[in-house]
Write a protein that binds this ligand. Sequence first.
Ligand code: CA
Ligand code: CA
Length: 334
Amino acid sequence: MIPNRRLSQKSSFTTFLLIVAVSVILSFSGISINLTNNINAQAQEQQQVEQTQVNKLWETPANLKDPESVAYESKQQVLFVSNINGQPDQKDQNGFISKVSPSNGSIIELNWITTLNAPKGIAISNDNSILYVADITDLVQIDIDSGKIIKRFNAPGSSFLNDVVADNQGNIYVSDTDTNTIYKLDTNLGNNTSSSDIQAWLQNPQLNGPNGLHIDNNKNKLIVVSFGPLSKPGGGIEVIDMKNKTITSLGEQGTTSPFGGLDGIESDTSNTHYYVTDNPAGKVYVVNADETGYQTLVDLHTQGAADLGSIPGQSTIIIPLMQDNKLVAYKLVE
Ligand SMILES: [Ca+2]
Ligand SMILES: [Ca+2]
């Protein structure tokens, strides 16, 4: 009994040493892999920092109220801004849409559309006639010329509708951050659209708190930037094939693609770069759509960089600063 026990103690000790040795080797190689990744990521960032820079154009007066999203309408040449005004999930009826000048950031009409709750994402129909706004559980349809609300579509099962985007056929997609759902309003059904026409189009935990939406019409892809859980921000970028609804991650989060409380997404006209905001970090990233890297484009040094807008053809991005109650615009310089 005793010699056997000694033997087994000895062999246990040897096994223990072996485990320690293996763990040490593994952790060192892990560290070296991480170091290599970090160096690669920094090299990729540095390589591109020289390529895209920004010049600040203007900022609005701080008269907005928790601005969340901004969209450019090319016919009237005006910016529409959604103002949450209070808690983002509260039906308090004080939310509103403002009109802002894209040339100098002056506020044209602060209370253009009122009686909303906590309006967030905005999309404009392809013929510039209708504004769609996500408002907690409803997609609100607004006639731009008359400034009147036409209809509210209740998205069944939704609780935190966030961004809105139109495809080139005029269908509208809306993200619901809480429930990992993308809703679709089918506008090809003519004028007989009713509340039942907005339906869940895709629901999947992989969407990880879907926030900003962008469509690459040439590739037929819906690009989703994720916030992560509302209580613990941390998400990346997902690419959805609009035909078969398969989801793939864009690049590697934190290395070739950003990771954070991502909010808005825009692109350049050729869809080779995405401009993505990290809300809590207060940053705008430029991301290579071909998954080769990203860089910090603007560090706003404030929290609450929400759903940015862009002016196509003018290389201009406009960022709502929710906590600062204003918009800030930058020109991209290649
Ligand atoms: Ca409100
Ligand atoms: Ca958003």
